[in-house]
Design a protein around this ligand. Structure first.
Ligand SMILES: *Cc1c(COP(=O)(O)O)cnc(C)c1O
Length: 240
């Protein structure tokens, strides 16, 4: 199967799951996770109409951005192909500056300091990245993400941002073979959004729920995902 055929199949899965849940398929954005794959794969997907791409390492993403745009200086996450880059992996403070300048969306905001560092860097680079707060619902010590109890304080601070904008929540559940096993995590993320809204967080800051991957995107869409992050089902098995 080619990248474009795989993309069509993933879009069909999203559409079917959305319709079954009484949702508009257009309300679910597909982020194609190109980590470990060469820029040729990104070009193939972009040629098939894919706009949003996800990478989990800053340096790897920058390499692809540079190759794609032929512009080593970089822009605000946009390139000649009109691609929008999402950072979906952990962001270290020392990379906040560059990340804020070049990613359209940073989905891995997991602590106050990185929120504030990204905002300062966005002011400096005159960028306006969208940010998602990554929540660690499994309580796994090895996983990144803010503890649910720390999330309200992050949203409080998010109201004071100058350039960057928090637009929602992201979760990466523990690896589970059965897609249904991820459903409780997706529900918890949706419940957390409802609680934050009830506590006065504006809807504009809670627009997105980024949840669901190749294995469980159908379940995530049925639970209200507005962004799904899909790698394997589009580009194939990763060998690194
Ligand atoms: C790799 C990755 C994905 C994509 O996973 P697949 O199972 O290949 O679809 C999604 N989200 C995050 C945070 C990832 O690191």
């Amino acid at each position: 199967m080619s990248v474009s055929e795989n993309l069509a199949a993933v879009r069909e899965r999203i559409a079917r799951a959305a319709r079954a849940a009484g949702r508009d398929p257009a309300d679910v954005r597909l982020v194609a996770v190109s980590k470990t794959f060469p820029v040729a794969a990104v070009r193939q997907a972009a040629a098939a109409g894919q706009v949003d791409f996800g990478e989990n390492r800053v340096q790897e993403a920058f390499g692809k951005m540079d190759e794609l745009s032929g512009d080593a200086g970089g822009g605000a996450g946009a390139t000649d192909l009109g691609v929008r880059w999402h950072l979906i992996g952990h962001l270290q403070s020392n990379k906040a500056r560059k990340a804020a300048a070049r990613f359209a969306c940073i989905q891995s905001i997991d602590r106050l300091e990185i929120l504030e560092a990204v905002d300062r860097a966005s002011v400096a680079s005159q960028s306006r990245p969208e940010l998602l707060v990554q929540v660690d619902l499994a309580g796994e010590v090895t996983k990144f993400g803010a503890k649910p109890s720390a999330v309200p304080a992050i949203f409080d601070a998010a109201r004071r941002l100058v350039a960057a904008r928090v637009v929602g929540l992201m979760v990466l559940p523990p690896f589970l073979d059965d897609p249904e096993a991820a459903r409780p995590f997706f529900r918890q993320l949706r419940d957390l959004r409802r609680e934050l809204a009830a506590s006065g967080v504006p809807d504009s800051m809670l627009r997105e729920l980024s949840m669901g991957m190749s294995r469980d995107l159908d379940v995530a869409v049925s639970e209200g995902a507005t962004i799904v992050r899909v790698g394997t089902a589009i580009f194939g098995t990763r060998h690194v």
